[in-house]
Ligand binder design. Structure first.
Ligand code: ATP
Ligand code: MG
Length: 360
């Protein structure tokens, strides 16, 4: 993706209210031409509402939408060069796969042979062998196959931007992973702009050039997946990245703090900060499971804490441990299988630079 690419769609201070409730709150961002852009957020954070505004199914209460610089607030969905793929696919169940894919071309008056050629190409692109699927009824297709048919039909519209609202959420984990990669490949090969919605940051990370994280109608952070992974802006974003440890800490001034586990208070040293925290400030300390390690006798680390191992789970070459600092307070640790002997001693440590101080 060309980072200097011009924005194709610009969202400027968009707010959407339903009565007194604000579902989308003063949101601004730009989607670049040819980009895979993903909106991530928990249930109710306003993802679908925002997407519906972007495709024109809903009008913003205030704010502007610009497509290649032109304001399109009042342009109805059917006059926009965009297309939406929904979670419920809205395929025509009584039609064949071929007729479903050709539908956009039929309404545009394309000839039968042109329609068939294009449908054939698109089915191949989506790994649905046209010899087998073209005449098959969609009601006889599996969930994953229907998902591909819906995508082929969306591509047949030849829109400038494709919008997706959690299109893979109904599929099993293996098929979802496979289709994530395929979607990314299709986006790359067609060079279309994709705007995707999911509640899974992991899914977003696999496919996206950039990700925006939404909380209660507000964008918390926007950036490339690696940037967000390396420097989450706050604990809310960090928590979205799967299993991380977030410790409740209170600053004591300087580089010291206490960790408030609920049962006991553990003294800790903090990483170097551009501006030291004032004594009494409450924050979260982020430590990734792979940054925690078990210390052998005589080994040192920036912080150490005695723990009891509650559970261990094999992740193949690595082992994930759930350890207890005190009753009700657990941490997740991930280590290589070879380090198993050190685990038995029950002393956990981490280097200060491997922890990050975050706002909630
Ligand atoms: N037409 C409406 N009238 C009133 N409230 C609405 C309407 N549409 C959405 N909302 C509210 O706006 C909020 C955001 O809804 P939205 O559907 O955008 O969430 P979402 O992020 O897509 O969630 P999910 O992951 O569950 O699909 C919710 O609290 C929802 O109840
Ligand atoms: Mg939704």
């Amino acid at each position: 993706m060309d980072e200097s690419a011009a924005p194709i769609l610009e969202v400027a201070s968009v707010t959407k209210r339903f009565g007194k409730f604000t579902a989308v709150n003063d949101v601004s961002f730009k989607i670049r031409d040819g980009e895979f852009f993903t909106l991530v957020g928990p249930s109710g954070s306003g993802k679908t509402t925002l997407l519906r505004i972007l495709v024109g199914m809903e009008k913003p209460t205030t704010g502007e939408l610009r497509l290649r610089g032109e304001i399109i607030n009042d342009l109805p969905p059917n006059r926009r060069p965009t297309c939406m793929v929904f979670q419920s696919l809205a395929l025509f169940p009584h039609m064949t796969v071929g007729k479903n894919v050709e539908f956009p071309l039929t309404i545009r008056g394309a000839s039968e042979s042109d329609r068939r050629t294009r449908a054939w190409e698109l089915l191949k692109l989506l790994h649905l062998d046209p010899n087998r699927y073209y005449d098959k009824n969609v009601s006889q297709c599996s969930g994953g196959e229907r998902q591909r048919v819906a995508l082929a039909r969306a591509l047949a519209y030849d829109p400038e931007i494709l919008f997706f609202d959690e299109p893979l959420s109904a599929l099993d984990a293996r098929l979802r992973k496979m289709l994530q990669k395929e979607l990314k490949d299709i986006q790359r090969s067609t060079k279309k702009t994709f705007c995707y919605v999911t509640h899974s940051l992991e899914e977003a990370m696999v496919m996206s050039d950039r990700v925006a994280i939404l909380r209660a109608g507000v964008i918390e952070q926007i950036g490339m997946p690696d940037e967000i992974y390396a420097s989450p802006k706050n604990a809310f974003v960090a928590e979205f990245m799967g299993e991380v440890n977030l410790l409740d800490i209170t600053a004591l001034g300087g580089a010291s703090a206490t960790w408030d586990t609920g049962r006991k208070t553990v003294p800790l040293a903090l990483p170097e900060l551009p501006v030291p925290l004032e004594a009494g400030a409450k924050r979260k300390l982020l430590i990734r499971p792979e940054s925690l390690r078990f210390l052998a006798a005589g080994e040192h680390a920036g912080n150490t804490v005695p723990v009891k191992i509650l559970n261990e789970f094999s992740l193949g070459s690595r082992i994930q441990y759930h350890v207890e600092v005190c009753p009700g307070c657990t941490l997740t640790v991930e280590r290589l299988r070879e380090e198993r002997t050190a685990a038995a001693a029950g002393v956990l440590g981490w280097e200060l630079a491997d922890s990050q101080v975050l706002e909630s």
